[in-house]
Write a protein that binds this ligand. Structure first.
Ligand code: IMP
Ligand code: MG
Length: 191
């Protein structure tokens, strides 16, 4: 058992996530994408993308996989508002069905930026898959095509997601019990 496990409350456990990923893959496959390119947004989506891609394989799809590293966050939990490309994809997206994969849709800025970028480069279609959607925090209008779970308005960690570079390794999505942490670092727990 890890030493700080008692401070983490599990929101979505491994088994729940695994089952949801299979269902999402079925939904994605049902749309019969052609010449599919999966673009995972680093870093937070790496674990979700790895599981989703293998679930897509089990449906019989043969996607290619790319990564774009975007940043809209400073260390800590406060969004800077503008998105920058830290590392771009290498593939030509022209004429392809693209599936953009991200961890969380919060303000919507990250996914909107990536979607606009790939559309502008001539993709045939860009659909979006997010593991978590936090309603009520949207700053730009975007409706994700595939959503794993609706997430309460708290700062979550694990399954690829971090706070100040830690906790990405957790196989589940959790919330830090922050009684003994700096309260300014965390959102107030919502409903
Ligand atoms: P948006 O651009 O505001 O939609 O923010 C989306 C990005 O912010 C996600 O890709 C995450 O990397 C990060 N993010 C938002 N909320 C959380 C959270 O609760 N935990 C960890 N990362 C988060
Ligand atoms: Mg992210």
């Amino acid at each position: 058992m890890m030493s700080n496990a008692h401070r983490i409350r599990v929101l979505f456990d491994e088994d729940t996530i695994a089952k949801r990923n299979e269902a999402l893959a079925q939904e994605i496959a049902a749309a019969k994408p052609e010449n599919l390119l999966v673009v995972a947004v680093l870093k937070g989506s790496f674990m979700f993308a790895a599981d989703l891609i293998r679930a897509l394989h089990r449906t019989g799809l043969t996607p290619q996989v790319e990564f774009v590293h975007l940043s809209s966050y400073l260390d800590g939990t406060v969004s800077t508002g503008n998105v920058t490309i830290l590392r771009d994809i290498e593939s030509d997206v022209r004429g392809r069905d693209v599936l953009l994969v991200d961890d969380i849709l919060e303000s919507g800025r990250t996914v909107t930026f990536a979607k606009d970028l790939i559309m502008a480069r001539g993709a045939k279609s860009v659909k979006t898959a997010v593991l978590l959607e936090k309603p009520g925090k949207r700053a730009v209008q975007i409706h994700p095509d595939y959503v794993g779970f609706t997430c309460p308005d708290v700062f979550v960690i694990g399954y690829g997601m971090d706070v100040a570079h830690s906790y990405r390794q957790l196989p589940y999505v959790g919330v830090l019990d922050h009684h003994d942490k700096d309260p300014d670092l965390f959102d107030k727990p919502g409903a």
